[in-house]
Write a protein that binds this ligand. Structure first.
Ligand code: HEM
Ligand code: HEM
Length: 447
């Protein structure tokens, strides 16, 4: 195959420079790779907040781009002629140059592959969306592996990635050293192979352009701040009234709750006269939870929201707004029924690092104290027993009783760390914030 027509003049020995496509790919990949190394340093060292998460998203995006460009460049290289080594170059130099170039292809493809392995075997399954727009799959087969094999692959990815990163530094030093030697000492045409029209010597403007470009890319790597880096959305410290609005509330019922501060009035018999008293509710009533009721949890992994649902739970409810002092509530949640839409993640949730369902399969919330905070709004003060730890928990909820049917909705936040949900590396709130939002919406009928 001959060189491209515009990479003339092709002497008998071969073209005087790389083809235009090869040159564009070389500089594009070189810039991307140097920027990528700086991003990698920043992301690896940074505090594990939203900014670091955004840096990693870009790191993954650029890394995959480098992979695609490098594969294209390799295919191009196999099908197009490269310029020959300068006449009289010693064999060891030719071999060294080839070795460095082969080494570069190893890291240009190996770094993204090992990075992709890390991303595909993360315990917390974070999707890769290139540049926030193009969904990129995990490596097929890896996310489905059993936890042990998955961890082994993850370790391999980490070790491979960091070894290749070190290899990159060596290659780059050799490569730049060689360019300098050819340009300044040997004063041959090698720089001109990759910078069309360049003459040997330090006066060559393209050399300074390359050096300035190098410095600019390093600076850009440090200066880049992710536009969308906002603090992870903290779960609300207190449930807001809006969170508690019933879906089918009438406009009157949805009117803002009286915001008077201070202790909420208790539902005393005297007070209860202001609302029509349902004589059937003078005593606590047993309620049976109906189908369609749900118990959910929400958390954030930096910018990635994770929504989960418990599909199996039961509630023993003995409740009447007119007999709060005698009302009782016990909710029993089968922790193994936690689903977040990702089989591997759900398996991890049940494991010893999180719920540890093998030794404490259920979370139990018991409340024997209820307060009325406003019309149709109550707080159940009780105890949550989760993962063998008992802590007080107040659950605010809104309630609407219509004949035999009651609809209740509530939301609260839990500090998972108080219950030991998240052990080892997950104990810190760097990656998964401590606050977890728990919400429910239920319909119950009088038994
Ligand atoms: C991380 C950044 C870089 C990578 C990965 C890289 C990679 C490569 C590779 C693989 C080749 C062989 C030609 C090919 O296969 O297309 C090459 C050639 C070349 N590179 Fe780089 N390069 C980088 C940065 C630079 C920089 C910053 C300069 C100049 C200051 C430079 C100058 C050259 C020159 C002059 C050649 C031609 C060598 C020859 O014909 O023997 N490279 N580079
Ligand atoms: C040519 C492409 C790439 C380069 C040059 C590169 C470079 C780096 C560098 C310099 C670090 C800092 C770690 C250290 O100093 O040891 C790093 C870390 C990391 N990179 Fe990349 N990377 C590339 C591609 C990717 C891709 C495609 C992904 C994921 C899809 C990825 C994921 C990661 C992760 C997860 C870390 C943290 C490493 C750890 O904790 O061991 N990288 N990368």
């Amino acid at each position: 195959m001959t060189a491209e027509t515009h990479s003339k003049p092709a002497s008998a020995a071969g073209p005087v420079r790389y083809t235009t496509v090869a040159i564009i790919l070389h500089w594009l990949i070189a810039a991307a790779l140097i920027f990528q190394v700086i991003l990698g340093w920043r992301a690896d060292d940074g505090p594990k907040g939203a900014e670091t998460f955004a840096l990693f998203q870009l790191h993954k995006s650029i890394g995959i781009t480098i992979l695609v460009l490098s594969v294209a460049r390799l295919l191009w290289k196999f099908t197009h002629k490269s310029p020959p080594a300068p006449a009289g170059q010693p064999t060891w130099e030719k071999l060294a140059a080839s070795a460095v170039h082969v080494g570069f292809y190893v890291i240009m493809i190996g770094l993204p592959l090992t990075g992709w392995i890390i991303a595909s075997t993360s315990r917390i399954n974070i999707p890769t969306v290139l540049y926030g727009a193009i969904p990129w799959p995990h490596i097929p087969g890896l996310p489905e592996l059993a936890a042990g094999a998955k961890d082994a692959w993850n370790d391999f990815g980490h070790i491979g990635h960091s070894v290749l990163v070190k290899f990159t530094y060596v290659l780059l030093a050799l490569h730049l050293g060689a360019v300098a030697k050819h340009q300044i000492l040997d004063r041959d045409e090698v720089f001109g192979h990759m910078a069309a029209g360049a003459k040997p010597g330090l006066k060559e403007p393209r050399l300074w352009l390359a050096a300035a470009g190098f410095a600019a890319v390093v600076a850009a790597g440090y200066l880049y701040t992710p536009a969308k880096a906002k603090a992870p959305q903290p779960a609300p410290a207190e449930s807001s009234a809006d969170d508690l609005a019933l879906p089918d509330e009438t406009p009157a019922a949805a009117a803002p709750v009286a915001t008077t501060a201070g202790p909420a009035p208790q539902a005393t018999p005297a007070e209860s006269t202001e609302a029509p008293v349902d004589s059937a509710l003078k005593d606590p009533v047993a309620w049976a939870v109906q189908k369609g009721s749900h118990l959910d949890f929400d958390l954030a992994w930096a910018d990635t929201p994770i929504h989960g649902t418990f599909s199996r739970w039961t509630a023993d409810i003995l409740f009447s707004p007119e007999a709060l002092d005698r009302s009782k509530l016990t909710v029993s949640v089968d922790l193994a029924s936690a689903g977040t839409g990702d089989g591997q993640r759900d398996e991890s949730l049940q494991g010893p690092d999180f719920f540890n369902t093998a030794s404490s399969p259920k979370a139990i919330f018991t409340a024997t104290k209820f307060r009325k905070t406003a019309e149709g709004r109550f707080v159940a003060d009780g105890t949550l027993d989760l993962r063998g730890v008992k802590k007080p928990l107040s659950l605010p909820f809104s309630l609407k009783i219509d004949g035999d049917t009651a609809k209740a909705r509530g939301v609260t936040t839990l500090d998972r760390t108080a219950f030991g949900v998240g052990q080892g590396e997950w104990a810190s709130t760097d990656q998964i914030p401590g606050k977890i939002k728990v919400s429910f919406a239920l319909t119950a009928k009088k038994k």
